[in-house]
Structures are given as structure tokens and as C-alpha cells.
Design a protein around this ligand. Structure first.
Ligand code: NDP
Length: 597
């Protein structure tokens, strides 16, 4: 039990630690990989694309993005009998996040038996509780092959605009390879954390050593593979900036192989037990068709706050499920709100005390241990899990450089990194500094969309607020379906969410085809959905406003206002979609000839 006095002390400490880190420039402290930094985004996994003739043909469905969202959309469309599905992907192959991110130590931090989609359909049973990145990437390829998605796919190609043509009832899709093809339907599956970001610090271009971002790992320089063996770093002074979910996985691998490793930390992660281990089909109940769906549903129930009876996955996520309520706006909460918040805070403090005690038990140097303790509430930052990260700081070749008081590394020189009065000379600096948050290019404007009557995104939503039916479709944008977007419901197991969305998208397309209709919700249907979101959304702004800065809270500013998610949990949302498809799908359709007023 945590006493009221201790709770009070913790609140004060958390506030202090937040104040040390908040920066006036918030998200503007970062730069993207464009203009002068464009080379950071280059694809290290594919040869320069061979020239090809631009395409001017017509397909049934264009899918923007070939990560799990796009692949699942393709697979579920195939299951509905849809013929020509063209997935357009910036990378040189399918895989999305798992195509780009191949850094040493990369693993999924969600159990592989619930994270990898379509295990029932493919018959694949992962061999480890937490799968390495390469196994996940290969599974993405497996689904794409099984669903025959390669034939029409375009790789090393970015969609540059989408324009609706009402007379022909098609979208004109243009790309950066000169394509101008048409598609009756467009599904966007462009991810949420896709565009890498770098600290926008002075001198970053002056550094004469090697630099790269973790999502574009340079194995030509480091040698080795995601399994380690980075012999190219053996006598190198290596720096790594960032100790988030990526840093926690990559730092132990760098510590093994670098001559000396400097870890530049601004905010420590909460690092819980991982306990990865080989698994057998028997361990996970993979003895009948449907086992994976049942396990995945069980996990989702627990992390969405639904009553579940048993806990099949039994890991750090399910053990702390009740503490995810603030992270996931869509989490079922019940009972008296004041009692709920009090119990929540006490459980949160107990959990974080355990995590801090683990640091103290594991790290031998007390001063280093102190710096590695996270002082914020659980889920202020993405929880992480590792049995090798904290241990890495017991090695003689690893130095932890705390940068909280200077708000991060301050500048770079030709020789290395400056923090306070010290210049750290480096041969190589690796940025584990994460990704810009954006539901998709539709929301940021990087993918211009022109709907019916010249209506544009994101301008239309900037003026009137975001308006959708279930997060998928919008009035004025016929036959355009978004996957994984706001106004639906999120979960820590994002592939599950994407799969449910893919099933839904494919059902919309199939219904429109069967009825000779166009997918476009009425204004009334959008209004009803917005009203439902606004009416029941719990207020979590205060929680995020009290957290240390990070991408969960707009770098310390709290969440943007407005209804963004279905408020009763992802599990309930998927149930709602199923019922709606049976009873009310017509709400999203209109006849092909008549435009809705
Ligand atoms: P994050 O945004 O979580 O972390 C970025 C890190 O860079 C933070 O530690 C940040 O510090 C630090 N940083 C940024 N600028 C500076 C600076 N100027 N000086 C010092 N430090 C700086 O990115 P990640 O790539 O770690 O993770 C992003 C997301 O990707 C995860 O939250 C998760 O959703 C996903 N992911 C998932 C994995 C999985 O297994 N499923 C594995 C890896 C990533 P500060 O915290 O102070 O801002």
C-alpha cells in the first residue's frame, strides 16, 4: 500500500521532473527527414528502383501503404472476392514498420501470438513469446504472398495525390514515379508513427562521424545483423540519443559490441520484466482453428478493461492493464469516478515504485541507478520491457549521460556531442529519437486529397473539425476509407485493430459492389457519430498535462482537444462495427448516380 504522504511526495516529484524537461518549442524541437536531412530517410534495404513505365490503368482498389494495415486490407478484400487490388508502398517490399526498422535487438513488445495477424489463416505459429523483427517482417510477406498481393503492388513508390472524379466514379491516383492510375476505391493505411524525426539542434550537419536513425540502420557501417555481431563498432566511440522503446532494445546490443557507448538520455523509460522464451504450439493452445483469434480477443478484452475471466497471455501488459486507462482514451471504466481515480493513482504509484526498485536492484552504481529511475506515472510514456537494458549500464564500456537539465543534447560539433560543459568525441552517433505523430498524410496535408465538389482534406476538417462515420469514411469523400484513424478505437495491440478495420473496409467495398452503390456516409450519420464521441469521452487531459513531455502528450502540452476515440474500448468498438454491418450498413452507402446533398 502507498500511504497518502508518499502519494503526495510522488506528485511533487513528478511535477518537478516534468518542469525540468518541458521545452517552449514543444514539437518544433524536431526536424523531419526532408530538405537538408533527406538522406536520413533513404532506403538502406533496397537497391535504387529500376526505371519503369508510369501506369495509366484502372484497378478496383488502391491501397496507400504496404505495412500490416495495407496487407490486411488486401487480404480481407481478397476474401471478399475483390479482383484488382494495388498496394502502393514507399519501401522496397511489404512490411511497413517492420520493413524499415531492422535495428539490432528489434523485437515486438506485444506477445507474438496476439500481435502477428492471420495466424489461423496462415497456419503459422511463432516460436518465441516476443518475436524478433525479421520473423514479423517475413510474416507480413507470407500474408501478402498467400493473398496474391505482389502482382499488382508498386514498391519504392509514394502516392502524391488523390482526386475524386464524380462522372467516372473513380479516384485518380498520382505517384512520385509518374503514375496516374484510377481506382474505384481508395483505402489509406499510412500508419501513425511513420516519418522519422531528428533533434533540430545546432551543428547536426557539422558532425564528421557517421550518423543515422535507428529506422534506417546502416549495417554496411556497423556490420552484423539484427541478432548482433556489430564488429564494425569494435573500436569505435558510439553515441546513441534516445531511450524510448527503440533505445531500450538497441542499447544492450550496442553495449555488447561498441568500443565505448555513450547513452544520451533525457527521460528514462519505465523498464519492466520481459521474460522472453521459446514457446511451443501446446503452450499457446494452437491445437484448433481459431486459437489465435481467441487468444487475441482475450488480450484485447483485458487491455480494454472488459471482464475476461482468464488471462491467457499473462505478461507485463495484462498485469498492468488497469493502468492503461489514461493512455487509451477508449478504455471501459466503471463505478464512482472519484473512487476510480483514487484507486488508479494508488495502483499506479505501487507499480512505478516496483519499476524504480528494479532499477536499484539491477544497476550496481547508485548514481547511475538514480538517473535511470523514471519519475512519472505509468503510461505517461510507452511502457517498455527488457531483461538486458538496465544490466548494460553495469559494463565498463557504457557511460550514461543525463541531459535532462539541458533539455536534451544541446549541439553537435565536427567531433561529437555537447552536453553542458562537456564535448563527447564520437565516431558514430545513432538517433533513436522516434517518429512524428500523424494519423496519416490525410491529416497532415502531406497527401493532398480532393473529394467531391473540390472539397479538400485536411482543410475541410481544419474548418469544421474532423468528421467521420466510425473513423473510416467521410461525407464528401466517396469510396475513401481510412484505416487506423482517429474517431475509431485504439489498442496497444495495433495489428489487431488494423485487422478489424481491414475486415470492415472490405465489407464496405463488398456491399457497395453488390448494391451498385458508392460508399459515402450522410451528414446525419457523421453527426450522430460525432455526438456519441463527444457525449461520453472521459477527460484525460489533466493526466497528460501532468506527464513528462513526449509524443503521447504533444511534447508536454496535453492532448489536443476534441473527441478522438470511441470511449467504451476497442473490444466494444469492434462489436459495435459487427452489429452495424449486419443492421445498418446502408448508412454508409448512396446510389452511384446521385451525389448526396
Ligand atoms: P520515442 O519517441 O519513444 O523516443 C525518442 C527518444 O529520443 C526519447 O527517449 C526522447 O527523450 C529522446 N530524445 C529526443 N530528442 C532528444 C534530444 N534532443 N536529446 C536527448 N534525447 C532526445 O521513439 P522510439 O523510436 O523509442 O519509439 C517510438 C514508438 O515506436 C514507441 O513508443 C512504440 O510505439 C513504437 N515501438 C514499438 C516497438 C514494439 O516492439 N512494438 C519497439 C520500438 C518502438 P524524451 O523522452 O525526453 O523526449
Amino acid at each position: 500500500m502507498v500511504s497518502p504522504d508518499e502519494l503526495d511526495r510522488l506528485r511533487r516529484r513528478y511535477r518537478l521532473e516534468r518542469e525540468r524537461r518541458v521545452r517552449a518549442d514543444g514539437p518544433r524541437q524536431y526536424v523531419g527527414a526532408d530538405a537538408a536531412f533527406g538522406s536520413y530517410a533513404a532506403d538502406p534495404h533496397a537497391a535504387a528502383p529500376a526505371p519503369r513505365e508510369p501506369l495509366k490503368d484502372t484497378v478496383d482498389v488502391a491501397v496507400v501503404g504496404g505495412g500490416f494495415g495495407g496487407i490486411l486490407a488486401g487480404a480481407r478484400l481478397r476474401a471478399q472476392g475483390v479482383g484488382r487490388v494495388r498496394i502502393v508502398e514507399r519501401g522496397g517490399d511489404f512490411g511497413g514498420t517492420w520493413y524499415w526498422n531492422r535495428y539490432p535487438g528489434i523485437h515486438c513488445d506485444i506477445e507474438s501470438h496476439v500481435y502477428l495477424p492471420m495466424l489461423d489463416e496462415t497456419g503459422y505459429v511463432p516460436e518465441w513469446k516476443y518475436a524478433p523483427g525479421e520473423e514479423i517482417r517475413r510474416h507480413a510477406v507470407r500474408i501478402a504472398e498467400k493473398s496474391d498481393l505482389y502482382a499488382d503492388a508498386l514498391f519504392s513508390t509514394a502516392v502524391t495525390s488523390l482526386t475524386w472524379d464524380e462522372p467516372s466514379g473513380t479516384w485518380l491516383v498520382t505517384t512520385d514515379r509518374g503514375d496516374e492510375f484510377r481506382a474505384t476505391y481508395v483505402i489509406t493505411a499510412t500508419g501513425t508513427l511513420t516519418d522519422l524525426k531528428l533533434p533540430g539542434i545546432p551543428g547536426i550537419e557539422e558532425f564528421e562521424g557517421r550518423t543515422f536513425h535507428t529506422s534506417r540502420w546502416d549495417y554496411a557501417y556497423t556490420k552484423g545483423s539484427p541478432k548482433g555481431g556489430l564488429s564494425g563498432l569494435a573500436d569505435q566511440r558510439v553515441g546513441v540519443v534516445g531511450t524510448g522503446a527503440t533505445g531500450v532494445q538497441v542499447i544492450p546490443m550496442l553495449a555488447e559490441d561498441a568500443g565505448h557507448l555513450y547513452v544520451f538520455q533525457r527521460t528514462p523509460s519505465s523498464v519492466d520484466v520481459r521474460a522472453n522464451r521459446p514457446t511451443t504450439a501446446g503452450d499457446v493452445g494452437a491445437d484448433h482453428h481459431g486459437w489465435a483469434r481467441e487468444r487475441r480477443d482475450n488480450f484485447l478484452r483485458i487491455v480494454s478493461g472488459e471482464p475476461s475471466g482468464e488471462d491467457r497471455v499473462a505478461d507485463g501488459w495484462t498485469a498492468s492493464a488497469a493502468l492503461l486507462e489514461k493512455l487509451l482514451p477508449s478504455f471501459r471504466r466503471e463505478g464512482d469516478p472519484a473512487a476510480f481515480e483514487a484507486a488508479y493513482e494508488a495502483a499506479d504509484a505501487a507499480r512505478m515504485n516496483e519499476i524504480r526498485a528494479r532499477v536499484e536492484r539491477t544497476v550496481t552504481d547508485p548514481a547511475t541507478a538514480e538517473k535511470l529511475k523514471p519519475w512519472y506515472r505509468y503510461a505517461c510514456k510507452r511502457p517498455t520491457f527488457s531483461d538486458t537494458y538496465l544490466q548494460a549500464f553495469n559494463r565498463d564500456n557504457v557511460t550514461l549521460v543525463d541531459t535532462a537539465d539541458t533539455h536534451g543534447i544541446e549541439r553537435m560539433t565536427a567531433r561529437g556531442v555537447v552536453v553542458g560543459d562537456t564535448e563527447y568525441a564520437l565516431d558514430c552517433l545513432i538517433f533513436a529519437t522516434g517518429f512524428s505523430v500523424g494519423a496519416s498524410g490525410l491529416h497532415t496535408g502531406s497527401l493532398p486529397v480532393r473529394g467531391r465538389d473540390g472539397l479538400r482534406l485536411p482543410q475541410a476538417w481544419a474548418e469544421r473539425g474532423m468528421r467521420t462515420l466510425h473513423g473510416f469514411t467521410s461525407h464528401g469523400f466517396p469510396n475513401l476509407i481510412q484505416l487506423g484513424a482517429p474517431q475509431s478505437a485504439a489498442s496497444v495491440n495495433f495489428t489487431h485493430v488494423l485487422d478489424e478495420h481491414a475486415v470492415h473496409a472490405a465489407a464496405l467495398v463488398a456491399a457497395a459492389e453488390a448494391e451498385g452503390a458508392v460508399i459515402e456516409p450522410s451528414r446525419e450519420a457523421e453527426d450522430a457519430w460525432n455526438a456519441l464521441l463527444a457525449g461520453a469521452a472521459p477527460d484525460h487531459e489533466w493526466f497528460h498535462a501532468d506527464c513528462t513531455p513526449g509524443y503521447y502528450n504533444g511534447e508536454g502540452r496535453g492532448r489536443p482537444n476534441g473527441p478522438t476515440a470511441y470511449p467504451h474500448g476497442a473490444f466494444a468498438f469492434h462489436e459495435l462495427l459487427r452489429r452495424w454491418r449486419e443492421d445498418s450498413l446502408h448508412e454508409a452507402l448512396r446510389p452511384r448516380t446521385a451525389a448526396r446533398p
